[in-house]
Ligand binder design. Structure first.
Ligand SMILES: [Zn+2]
Length: 225
């Protein structure tokens, strides 16, 4: 699953500790039938249902399997219910998601796009499909399109190259490369960072992913530097 699945540990924790208890009260939850729920439970694709204000209302079992394999227990469905997608998407993607979900809601037409969500040792491409639910909410399906070994040069997780003065590393939300502290235009593939749960991670978009995936997102946005 996407940026809000990848490396959302801190964000989810922040949401859980602060807004979780109150956010469910104001959420208008989508109504979907037992038949649809059973069908989603069976799917191997990673699926969630979002309320109209983009809070997670349902995650299928495949979501939990992916979460446990890639992020840990904090990301399983029962722990993220009520979380707003925008709170865990990372600043750099919030505007994009707002635009996409607004467009799906107003047009009542599905929207899909491909994105990278690699693990330390596997290159993976997923397709994200966003479908409007009636009368309210969204169905979001992440399906695996490509999975193969990486052909990238791997760098070692040398702290002086990647950690800023606060000990934080900046990782691309898509390709999950890490930005060099002294060379902010350079993003290296550091697979050791992906499996390091003790790491403090800030998210951004590298230049390639910004242009490739989000040509409509202005490059002048301060969060995209
Ligand atoms: Zn990237």
């Amino acid at each position: 699953m996407h940026h809000y699945g990848a490396d959302t540990r801190k964000s989810v924790r922040q949401v859980m500790s602060g807004k979780f208890s109150s956010c469910m009260n104001s959420t208008r939850l989508p109504v979907f039938s037992d038949t649809l729920r059973s069908a989603l439970d069976e799917r191997k694709d990673v699926i969630c249902v979002l309320s109209s204000d983009l809070r997670i209302a349902y995650c299928n079992p495949a979501w939990d399997r992916f979460a446990l394999d890639n992020q840990g227990e904090e990301a399983v469905g029962s722990r993220v219910l009520g979380t707003n997608l925008l709170d865990v998407a990372g600043e750099s993607l919030q505007r994009f998601y707002r635009h996409v979900f607004d467009a799906v809601a107003s047009s009542s037409k599905p929207f899909d796009f491909d994105y990278e969500c690699s693990s330390a040792d596997r290159f993976r491409m997923f397709r994200m499909e966003i479908m409007p639910l009636r009368p309210t909410g969204f169905l979001v399906v992440h399906s695996l399109r490509v999975e193969e070994p990486h052909s990238r040069k791997a760098e070692s997780p040398d702290a002086q190259h990647y950690r800023n003065s606060s000990g934080i590393v900046t990782m691309c939300s898509h390709c999950r490369r890490t930005r060099r502290v002294g060379e902010p235009q350079r993003w290296d593939w550091v697979p050791a960072h992906l499996g390091d749960r003790s790491l403090s991670v800030s998210h951004g978009l590298c230049q390639v992913c910004r242009v490739y995936y989000y040509p409509s997102v202005p490059s002048s946005s301060p969060s995209l530097t």
